[in-house]
Write a protein that binds this ligand. Structure first.
Ligand SMILES: C[C@H](O)CC(=O)SCCNC(=O)CCNC(=O)[C@H](O)C(C)(C)COP(=O)(O)OP(=O)(O)OC[C@H]1O[C@@H](n2cnc3c(N)ncnc32)[C@H](O)[C@@H]1OP(=O)(O)O
Length: 734
């Protein structure tokens, strides 16, 4: 039976009523839990035997905030049903009731969880507890009084910073700032400390504090307004064009100018305004989609199937990818064998791992002792001796099919029969990689793709590629490993480019087509990055990846999907001119030798563009480039991407459409505020996308029209009104 939200109530002999939030796993504030909490508080205030109240959480945790699933519940109403009645109840029963209330916090107090705690008269937290208001990452603002109480407890500048960055702080920092009143060194010390504090307040031995009406941490009005102005400018810079950070600051400002109570009313209005925006829906979707990637049909739901520990992983190839993968493993407690073909390459790979780890120490992300421990987990190897220790192998050599085939044939002999054999290829068919393995079905069970994104120790996604033969056990083990190394996994099917690269090949091709039509590449990049919110435009991305790699990878798509690729002279011309991008100092852009900063290079690019345009002949001789607006440019580039995404969904390459949303956000930088590729496409509407694709197809010579041809899945959605995110309809019953 599903757990029921409940605030448990008991009164101890010392006169302390203990109210325990209980809603597994983490005690999120479901509306029923809130109702039960206020009911328990009413009881405590009415009970003559109760002197004081301690509010705590079950399941080893205090509270991660309002139950986010309520935002997706159509019966809950707008904004999950949150209205000012909750703020009124916090004021009446937590902060201002007849008995003092002390929060006893462990695990996390986030969002509404921290807001409830701040509504108490004091807070005690276990060392290491995380405290924060991350609502902005969900496209909303704190709605249980956080915009008012946090600045009054920690100061205006710090409060704004905590809300705008959504970054939690630890209890120890909270003590220094005044967010908590005491820190218990361990869980055992929590309840006694909270109980003693509550009784002290009840007996008048300690003052009873009301954070909503405190002003001692607030600066004078002029200074406060200057801080808010700065915060607005910073929010504008960080969250380009987004409304909810500004709404959050509006609510804070209202409270500074007119007092906490007026601030609560303003907060309610600002919350409702933020909750009505698509940004909020998109970010909530990404929150759950990201967690759902870990649940894979036929793998994580198989009764009795348990992940095996991956204690030692061998990485073959110490280049940029291999050393990044090895770094990610070593940093997270996994022993690594790094194999290279000669001492010079091995030294290079080990050096890169050292540099990756050192940079984390330099940034303050880890201690030198932890860095030393991570490096001690890495062993270099020039042959397969010792590979019998490996629970898994990740091959990360160059994209050369015969070389990979030889490696996998060798691995079959060198590794234990239960070891997982994986390749980090970004495009090559996994079955082709394992084609020379002798072991038949048993060998094919343990073969899979483990596709990392560069730099592998930083980028958060791991694409796990299954063939039709990959075993559920091996997939489960790899999913578990991804959790150990803190990557979000997406399990995908085997095809050219898998999910991520396949969906994004039209991104560059559509952009190159625009350049061949006479549009300025720098304008295109500006629109895609500045207006749409990608981290960089397609031409700048080409320079980051390298024109040589782009050409090589692009060739795979030309072979696999000849009906819908756009082949131009432009990228080959860049290769011939040695304009490979950042690594040669020039590509579409030129790069400062010292700072590596990119700047446009229209003169250098002009001859290449002219040559490519001439050869492409997309326009009749002498015709002017089409007058495309910024919105047209975005449609031109992203609708073919959506179209390919629809094919990926329809073919079952992803388990569910939301997996593609997560993959597009985490690997390609698709703006999370748009909810990922397919979520965004549903907001735009299949009908409009089809109409635009057909319009674009008519603008180019017939031999290129296939690039824009809508796939069946998209056409059917446009005709039926079915959501693209719904996945392929089940086969009709005979
Ligand atoms: C009015 C108010 O101001 C509005 C709000 O409070 S909005 C909510 C604000 N709070 C947040 O944004 C915090 C969201 N949660 C988190 O950041 C992380 O879950 C965490 C840091 C608490 C824990 O992280 P981690 O240990 O990696 O576990 P994680 O997998 O994320 O969560 C465990 C489970 O709890 C669920 N969960 C966590 N927080 C939740 C929440 N606030 N509501 C509903 N479910 C939640 C997750 O969906 C997951 O469920 P699953 O096992 O079924 O997939």
């Amino acid at each position: 039976m599903a757990p029921q939200p409940e605030a448990q109530y008991r009164v101890d002999p010392d006169g302390v009523a203990v109210i325990t939030l209980n809603y597994p796993p983490l005690n999120a504030l479901h509306p029923l839990l809130l109702r039960s909490l206020f009911e328990a508080l009413r009881r405590a205030h009415a009970d003559g035997a109760v002197k004081a109240v301690v509010l705590t959480g079950a399941n080893g945790n205090f509270c991660p905030g309002f139950d986010i699933s309520q935002f997706q519940n159509p019966d809950a109403g707008a904004g999950g049903g949150i209205d000012n009645s909750i703020n009124d109840a916090i004021c009446k029963y937590l902060e201002g009731g007849p008995k003092p209330v002390v929060a006893a916090i462990q695990g996390v107090a986030l969002g509404g969880g921290l807001e409830v705690a701040m509504g108490c008269n004091a807070r005690v937290a276990v060392a290491g507890t995380k405290l924060g208001l991350p609502e902005l990452t969900l496209g909303i603002i704190p709605g249980f009084g956080g915009t008012q109480r946090l600045p009054r407890l920690v100061g205006l500048a710090k409060g704004c910073e905590m809300m705008l960055t959504s970054t939690p702080i630890k209890a120890e920092a909270g003590l220094k700032l005044g967010l908590v009143d005491a820190v218990a060194p361990d869980v055992g010390g929590l309840m006694p400390a909270a109980r003693a504090l509550a009784l002290d307040i009840a007996a008048g031995r300690r003052p009873r504090m009301y954070s909503l009406t405190r002003t001692d941490k607030l600066p004078a009005l002029g200074e406060a307004l200057a801080i808010l102005d700065m915060a607005r400018a910073e929010a504008g810079r960080r969250a380009r064009g987004l409304a909810h950070p500004q709404l959050c600051l509006d609510a804070i400002q209202a409270g500074i100018e007119a007092g906490g109570q007026a601030g609560l009313a303003a907060e309610g209005r600002a919350f409702a305004a933020a909750a009505a925006l698509d940004t909020h829906k998109a970010l909530v979707h990404i929150f759950f989609a990201q967690r759902a990637t870990k649940k894979v049909k036929g793998v994580t739901d198989v009764p009795g199937l348990k992940p095996r520990p991956m204690r030692c992983v061998a990485v073959i190839g110490g280049g940029l990818m291999g050393s990044g993968i090895a770094t990610a493993l070593a940093l997270n407690g996994v022993a690594v064998i790094l194999k290279e073909v000669n001492q010079q390459f091995l030294d290079g790979g080990l050096g890169r791992i050292r540099a990756n780890v050192a940079s984390r120490v330099k940034k303050g992300a880890m201690s030198q002792a932890a860095a030393d421990a991570a490096l001690a987990r890495v062993t270099g190897a020039l042959d397969y001796g010792g590979f019998d220790r490996a629970d898994m192998v990740i091959e990360a050599v160059i994209e050369d099919i015969p070389l990979k085939q030889k490696i996998f044939a060798d691995l079959e002999k060198a590794c234990r029969p239960d070891a997982i054999l994986s390749t980090n290829t970004s495009t090559i068919d996994i079955e082709l990689v394992g084609a020379k393995m002798a072991g038949g079905a048993a060998a094919r069970r343990r073969l899979l793709g483990a596709h990392f994104f560069s730099p592998a120790h930083v980028m958060p996604l791991l694409e796990i590629v299954r063939t039709k033969d990959t075993g559920a056990q091996e997939l489960l083990d790899t999913l578990a490993l991804s959790a150990v190394i803190k990557k979000t996994p997406v399990v995908v099917g085997n095809c050219t480019g898998f999910a991520v690269n396949r969906v994004f090949f039209p991104y560059t091709m559509a952009a190159v087509m625009l350049a061949d039509l006479g549009l300025d590449p720098y304008r295109v990049d500006g629109v895609v990055a500045g207006r749409f919110g990608m981290p960089m435009g397609p031409f700048r991305l080409n320079d980051l990846v390298g024109s040589d790699i782009g050409l090589h990878v692009g060739a795979n798509f030309v072979t696999s999907f000849p009906d819908r690729v756009y082949v131009s002279r432009l990228i080959p011309a860049l290769n011939e001119a040695k304009r490979l991008g950042e690594k040669t100092g020039k590509g579409f852009y030129k790069f400062d030798a010292k700072t590596r900063k990119a700047s446009p290079d229209p003169e250098g690019l002009a001859p290449l563009l002219e040559g490519s345009r001439r050869e492409a002949a997309l326009l009749p001789a002498g015709a002017k480039p089409p007058a495309l607006s910024d919105a047209d440019i975005l449609d031109w580039i992203f609708f073919p991407v959506v179209n390919e995404g629809c094919r990926v969904v329809a073919e079952g390459i992803v388990d569910k459409a939301a997996d593609l949303d997560v993959a597009s956000v985490m690997a390609m930088g698709f703006p999370p505020v748009r909810g990922g590729l397919i979520f965004w496409a549903d907001l735009v509407g299949a009908k409009r996308i089809v109409a635009r694709l057909q319009q674009f197809a008519a603008m180019v010579p017939p031999q290129h029209a296939g690039f824009f041809a809508p796939c069946d899945y998209l056409l059917q959605a446009a005709a039926s009104g079915r959501k693209l995110s719904a996945g392929p309809p089940p086969p009709a019953k005979l």
